[in-house]
Ligand binder design. Structure first.
Ligand code: AMP
Ligand code: MG
Length: 352
C-alpha cells in the first residue's frame, strides 16, 4: 500500500482543511490514518466499523483482544457509545478535551472488534487541534491505538510513525512533535461513580482524587501474578521495550557511576538527567549518554523518553541504564512505562 504523507501545522489547521478533509474521507471509507495528538501519535480508523478495527490490529501487529480507545470530538458524544454517569461529566468538565481516557460500559453502537470483545469501551476527547478537526470531519468516533508496531515505544513524532507504519496505512499526518510524549491516563468508571486507575499519564492520581474516589490497579506498578486477569488487556503485554535490556538504577549518582564502572559491558547507553550529564561524561567516557531532561522536570523527561528509547534501539547496545523515576505526580506515569520497558529489572544501589 502507498502511504500518503501530509504536513499540517497544528497552529494553522485552516490552511490544511483540504488535507484533513481527505484524511476524514479515508476514515469514512474504512481506511487508516495516523495522526498527531497531544499524547502520542494515533493510528486511526472508523470506530463503528469492525473491518477498520481488524485493519488496525493487523497494521500494528496487535493482538485483537487488546481493545482500542475511541476518540470523540466533544465529551457529550460519549452518550452515543457508552453509559455515562455524573462522575464522567465531572471528569469531562475538569480534564476534557485532554489526555484522559475513561472506560465505561459500552453501547451496541461500538462493534465488539473495536472493544477487543469486552463489554466496556474506552473513550477520549483529545485537545490536539488536528485530532479534533479530523474527528469532527469524519463525523464518527475514531478508534486509535498508538501508531507504533506492537511492542515498540509509542511514536511521539511523525518520523517515528513513518519508521513503523509506512506502507501499512493510507495516510500519515505529520503535525510535529507530541507535546506530552506519554499515552493518556486511563481510568475505569465504576457503577458507584468511583474510579480505578488503569494507566497513569499526565493527569495525575491526586488531580483525579479531587473529582472522585480512586484506587490504583496493581498492574500500574507491579508485575501481573501468574493466573491473574489483566483489567486493562494492554497490561499483560510487554510494552515500550527497547531491544537491548534496560536496567533501572536506584541510588545516588556516585553509586550509579561506580556500578556502571564496575561492569565491563562492551557498549552501554546511559539515560541521565541534564543536571548529571557532565559528571557522567567525565566518569564514564566510553558510554553513550542520552539526556532525559532536568531532574525536577518530569514533563520534560516524559516528553523525551520514547524518542530516546527509539534512538537507542538503532545503536545495538548491549545494555541501557536509566535512573529509577520517583512515583510522585506525573512520575508515576514515567515509572510505569520505564519499569515495563525494563521488564521490572531494578538494581538498588547503596552508598558504601
Ligand atoms: P493504546 O491505544 O496503545 O494507547 O492502548 C490503549 C490501552 O487502553 C490498552 O492498554 C488497552 O488495554 C486499554 N483499553 C482500551 N479499552 C479498554 C477497556 N474497555 N477496558 C480496559 N482497558 C482498555
Ligand atoms: Mg500503545
Amino acid at each position: 500500500m502507498t502511504t500518503e504523507i501530509v504536513i499540517v501545522d497544528p497552529e494553522k489547521i485552516e490552511s490544511s482543511e483540504n488535507d484533513i478533509k481527505n484524511a476524514a474521507e479515508i476514515i469514512k471509507s474504512g481506511g487508516l490514518v495516523a495522526f498527531p495528538t497531544e499524547t502520542v501519535y494515533g493510528l486511526g480508523g472508523d470506530g463503528t466499523n469492525p473491518d477498520a478495527a481488524r485493519k488496525i490490529y493487523s497494521a500494528k501487529g496487535r493482538p485483537s483482544d487488546n481493545p482500542l480507545i475511541i476518540h470523540i470530538a466533544n465529551p457529550s458524544d460519549a452518550e452515543k457509545y457508552t453509559f455515562t454517569n455524573e462522575t464522567y461529566y465531572k471528569l469531562a468538565e475538569r480534564f476534557m478535551p485532554g489526555p484522559l481516557t475513561v472506560v465505561m460500559k459500552a453501547k451496541d453502537s461500538v462493534p465488539k472488534e473495536t472493544r477487543g470483545g469486552l463489554d466496556t469501551v474506552a473513550v477520549r476527547c483529545p485537545s490536539h487541534p488536528v485530532a479534533h478537526r479530523l474527528i469532527e470531519l469524519s463525523d464518527r468516533p475514531i478508534a486509535a491505538p498508538s501508531a507504533n508496531l506492537s511492542g515498540s515505544p509509542s511514536p511521539t513524532s511523525a518520523h517515528h510513525v513513518i519508521d513503523d507504519m509506512q506502507g501499512r496505512v493510507d495516510m500519515i499526518i505529520d503535525g510535529g512533535d507530541c507535546e506530552i510524549g506519554l499515552e493518556s491516563t486511563i481510568v475505569k468508571l465504576e457503577d458507584d461513580g468511583s474510579l480505578l486507575l488503569l494507566r497513569p499519564g499526565r493527569i495525575t492520581l491526586s488531580e483525579l482524587a479531587c473529582v472522585a474516589q480512586i484506587s490504583v490497579a496493581d498492574a500500574v506498578t507491579d508485575r501481573l501474578r501468574e493466573g491473574e486477569v489483566a483489567l486493562s488487556p494492554g497490561m499483560k503485554y510487554r510494552h515500550y521495550a527497547p531491544s537491548a535490556p534496560l536496567v533501572l538504577l536506584d541510588g545516588e549518582l556516585s553509586c550509579v557511576i561506580e556500578y556502571i564502572k564496575s561492569k565491563k559491558h562492551e557498549k552501554a547507553a546511559i539515560l541521565c538527567y541534564t543536571d548529571d550529564k557532565i559528571r557522567v561524561a567525565e566518569n564514564l567516557p566510553d558510554a553513550d549518554i542520552y539526556v532525559l531532561g532536568a531532574r525536577d522536570n518530569i514533563n520534560e523527561q516524559a516528553h523525551h523518553l520514547f524518542s530516546i528509547l527509539r534512538d537507542a534501539d538503532k545503536q545495538s547496545y548491549d545494555i541501557i541504564y536509566a535512573p529509577l523515576p520517583s512515583m510522585d505526580g506525573v512520575g508515576l506515569a514515567l515509572y510505569n512505562r520505564m519499569i515495563r520497558a525494563a521488564a521490572h529489572t531494578v538494581i538498588k544501589l547503596r552508598q558504601e
